[in-house]
Write a protein that binds this ligand. Structure first.
Ligand code: GCB
Length: 654
C-alpha cells in the first residue's frame, strides 16, 4: 500500500507538532535591531559609580540614592560600561567587594521618542551580575535576578510623565550569591573576635572563576511601535531538495488582535526566496543553502534573512508598521546512540571551552577580544565551543551563526554542590533561568545543544528528580535540540545521566588524579569511556580535559606545570579519542581556550593556567599540538573541497 504522507510533508507535520509546544515560550526577548520602525541608542561609555561600603551595604536604599544624581549622594568614580568593576581601580576593597554597587548616567532621549505616543521606548541591559534594580528618574522600572541574561523595561510612560526632565538611569547591582542563586554561593560570617574584625564575612563559591561583577554587557534604549513584534520562534528542516522554516510570531500591544503579518525570506544577495502571511506558517525554500559548521563545508554559516512586517490601522486610518529582521540558518540536529548529526551528517566537536574573561575588563564585553578569539579559534581549527559556565553575550552567538562555530549553550548552573541548592526555591529559579536562556537563544542555528549545569553533585539523592525536572522542562521549551549536563561524577552513581541525550564528561587524569602519572591516562580514559557507554549507550563528549601550564616553564622529561607536560597530557588523551571516535565519542573540548582569573587559593597562581593560550591570547605549546590535530581531523572528514584544506605539513609543532 502506498504511504499516504510524503516524507517532506511528514517532516513538516512533525515540525509543526513541535512548534505548538515551542510557542509556549513566546514571552519575547528579541535582540534589538534597527529597522524602518525601530531605532537604537547605545548607552555604553562612562557611568558614575559608587560602591555602598556601609556595614550592612544598605545605605543606598536607606538614603534613596536613586532619587537624585549619584554624584550628589557622595563620592563617585568613572566606571566604564560594559566592564566588571573589580579590576578597574587600584583599590583591593573594590576588587573583592561584596554587596550593592550603584551606577547612574543621564541620557538625551530624542524628543520625538517622547512626543510620539505610538512609540515604545525600551531600556535593555544585556546583563549585570548578579541582582539588579533599575530606576528611571527615580521611578523603579524593573529588577532582575541572574547575572548572564538580558532584562528590559518599557520606560516611555516615565519619560512622558515629565518630558522636560533629563532621563536619568540608575542601576543598583548586587553580586551576593546565595544557596538559591545560579551559580550558588554562600555568605559566611566569621565571628571569632580574636581572629576576625567585627562583621567580617566571606563569599564562598563552588566554581573556579573569579566572581566578576558590574554591568557586563551593553545597555541600550530602543524603540518599537506600540503594537509590535514581541517574539519570533523558528524551526527548520529539509528533505528532497526542499527546505522548510516553520515560524511563529508573537505580537503584543494594544492593537495586536487586528494586526496583519507578512513574512519575507531573502537570501544573502537580498533575493526574495519565499513569502508567507499570518502569525504562524511555513516558508518553503527550493534548493536551500543549508547552515553548515565551520570546516564541514566550503560555505559555513549561511544565513537567510527573515523579515517580519506587521501592520495595523492607526486611529486616523493610517497604516502603522513594525519591521523586524531575523537571520535564519536552515539546519537540523539529531542524536543517535553513537552519533551527533548536523544536517544528517556525523558531526565531531573538535573545540574548546571558554570563559568571558580578560585583563582589566573582567567579564565585560569587548569587541576586540571577541574578534581576536574568533580568529584564534579558526586558526586552531576549532569548530565548536561550550559557553562554560554561563550564557555568553548575544553578539558572540551572532558571530557563531555567521562563522559556523557550533555552540553548546550552558546555563549558569555551575557549582550546585550543597544539598540545600537542590530545594524547591533553587529548582524554581533554575527552571526560570532555562526559560530565559531558551527564549533568548532558541533561534541561533549555531546553538545545537543546551547544557543545564556543570559538575553538580549529581550523585546526591535529590539530584535525580532535580535534573529530570530541569531537563524535561528544557525539552518542553525546545523539543528541537538535545539537552545535557556536564558531569564529573562516577558513571554508576550519577543520578541525572538517564535523562540527558549526550553524556558530557570531565576528567583530569594525571592532574587532579594521579598527578604526574602520564602513563595512567590511556588505561583510565579507556575505562571511563567504556563504563559510561556500557551503562547508557549514548554518545559521549569529553567536555573537559587539560593541565595547567605556567607559560615559558620547560622541563624534559615533562613535569606538571611545564609546557611539555600539557602537550603530553593532550597527546595521551588524543590517542584514546582517536580509537573511541570510531565508535561513540562525538567530541573533545579542551579545558581551557585561555588562562582565566579565579578566586585566590593555593592551587591557583594568579588564576587558572589550563589555557592553551595565555590570558593575553598568546599560544602555549599545547595550542600548536591542538592545531595540528584539529586541522587533521577536519581534513579527514572529506567534506572540505581540496582548496580549503589546510596543509598539515605546514603546521608548526613544538
Ligand atoms: C573543572 C571545572 C572547571 C575548572 C576546571 C579546573 O572540572 O568544570 O570550571 O576550572 O575543572 O581547571 O579545575
Amino acid at each position: 500500500m502506498a504511504c499516504p504522507v510524503k516524507p517532506l510533508q511528514l517532516h513538516l507535520i512533525l515540525l509543526f507538532a513541535l512548534w505548538d509546544v515551542c510557542s509556549m515560550i513566546n514571552s519575547g526577548m528579541l535582540f534589538p535591531r534597527e529597522s524602518s520602525s525601530r531605532e537604537i541608542k547605545e548607552l555604553n561609555g562612562l557611568w558614575s559609580f559608587r560602591a555602598d561600603l556601609s556595614p550592612n551595604r544598605n545605605l543606598g536604599f536607606e538614603q534613596a540614592w536613586y532619587k537624585r544624581r549619584l554624584a550628589e549622594t557622595g563620592p563617585v568614580l568613572d566606571m566604564p560600561v560594559p566592564a566588571s568593576y573589580n579590576d578597574i581601580t587600584q583599590d583591593p576593597k573594590l576588587r573583592d567587594f561584596i554587596g550593592w554597587v550603584w551606577y547612574d548616567r543621564e541620557v538625551v532621549v530624542p524628543s520625538r521618542w517622547v512626543a510620539d505616543k505610538n512609540i515604545r521606548v525600551v531600556l535593555r541591559v544585556g546583563s549585570a551580575h548578579y541582582y539588579s534594580v533599575v530606576w528611571v528618574n527615580g521611578v523603579r522600572v524593573t529588577e532582575h535576578d541572574g547575572g548572564h541574561l538580558p532584562f528590559e523595561a518599557e520606560i516611555g510612560g516615565v519619560l512622558r510623565g515629565d518630558p522636560s526632565a533629563p532621563c536619568r538611569i540608575t542601576i543598583a547591582v548586587n553580586n551576593t550569591l546565595t544557596l538559591q542563586t545560579l551559580p550558588p554561593g554562600h555568605i559566611q560570617y566569621l565571628n571569632d573576635p580574636t581572629r576576625y574584625p567585627k562583621g567580617y564575612f566571606v563569599q564562598n563559591t563552588y566554581f573556579d572563576f573569579f566572581n566578576y561583577a558590574g554591568i557586563h554587557r551593553s545597555v541600550r534604549l530602543y524603540t518599537t511601535p506600540q503594537t509590535y513584534v514581541n517574539d519570533i520562534t523558528v524551526g527548520t528542516d529539509f528533505a528532497d531538495g526542499l527546505g522548510a522554516i516553520a515560524y511563529d510570531v508573537a505580537v503584543a500591544g494594544s492593537a495586536s488582535s487586528n494586526a496583519s503579518l507578512k513574512v519575507t525570506l531573502t537570501d544573502g544577495e537580498g533575493r526574495r526566496v519565499a513569502t508567507a502571511t499570518g502569525p504562524k506558517g511555513v516558508l518553503n525554500v527550493l534548493a536551500p543553502t543549508l547552515w553548515w559548521p565551520y570546516l564541514m563545508h566550503e560555505r559555513p554559516g549561511f544565513l537567510y534573512n527573515m523579515e517580519v512586517c506587521l501592520q495595523v490601522a492607526g486611529a486616523r486610518g493610517e497604516v502603522l508598521e513594525d519591521r523586524y529582521t531575523l537571520p535564519v540558518g536552515i539546519r537540523t540536529v539529531k542524536v543517535t546512540s553513537t552519533q551527533f548529526l548536523i544536517n544528517d551528517k556525523p558531526f565531531y566537536f573538535h573545540g574548546v571551552n571558554k570563559h568571558e574573561d580578560s585583563d582589566i575588563r573582567g567579564k565585560g564585553f569587548d569587541w576586540p577580544l571577541v574578534v581576536k578569539d574568533f580568529n584564534l579559534m579558526k586558526w586552531l581549527g576549532a569548530n565548536s565551543f561550550r559557553t562554560s559556565h554561563y550564557p555568553y553575550d548575544e553578539e558572540i552567538l551572532h558571530m557563531c551563526d555567521r562563522h559556523g562555530i557550533v555552540v553548546i549553550d550552558e546555563s549558569p548552573g555551575v557549582g550546585i554542590r550543597d544539598i540545600r541548592s537542590f530545594g524547591n526555591a533553587s529548582l524554581a529559579h533554575h527552571l526560570e533561568v532555562m526559560g530565559e536562556l531558551v527564549t533568548r537563544d532558541k533561534n541561533h542555528p549555531s546553538v545545537v545543544m543546551w547544557s543545564v549545569a556543570n559538575e553538580p553533585a549529581s550523585e546526591m539523592p535529590p539530584a535525580g528528580l532535580y535534573f529530570e525536572t530541569v531537563i524535561a522542562h528544557t525539552k518542553a521549551l525546545d523539543p528541537t535540540r538535545p539537552v545535557t549536563y556536564v558531569t564529573n561524577s562516577n558513571y554508576a552513581r550519577d543520578k541525572g545521566a538517564p535523562f540527558v541525550d549526550v553524556i558530557c564528561v570531565n576528567s583530569y587524569l594525571s592532574w587532579y588524579h594521579d598527578p604526574g602519572a602520564l602513563d595512567v591516562i590511556s588505561l583510565q580514559l579507556n575505562t571511563q569511556f567504556e563504563e559510561w557507554y556500557g551503562k547508557y549507550k549514548k554518545p559521549i563528549i569529553q567536555s573537559e580535559y587539560g593541565a595547567d601550564v605556567v607559560p615559558g616553564l620547560h622541563s624534559d622529561p615533562p613535569v606538571m606545570f611545564s609546557e611539555e607536560y600539557q602537550v603530553m597530557v593532550l597527546r595521551s588523551y588524543h590517542e584514546v579519542f582517536d580509537q573511541k571516535r570510531k565508535q561513540y565519542v562525538v567530541g573533545e573540548l579542551i579545558w581551557n581556550f585561555a588562562d582565566f582569573m579565579t578566586a585566590q587559593g593555593v592551587t591557583r597562581v594568579v588564576g587558572n593556567k589550563k589555557g592553551i593560550f595565555t590570558r593575553q591570547r598568546q599560544p602555549k605549546a599545547g595550542a600548536y599540538t591542538l592545531r595540528e590535530r584539529y586541522w587533521r581531523i577536519a581534513n579527514e572528514t572529506g567534506l572540505l573541497p581540496p582548496w580549503t584544506k589546510y596543509p598539515c605539513s605546514q603546521l608548526r609543532s613544538p
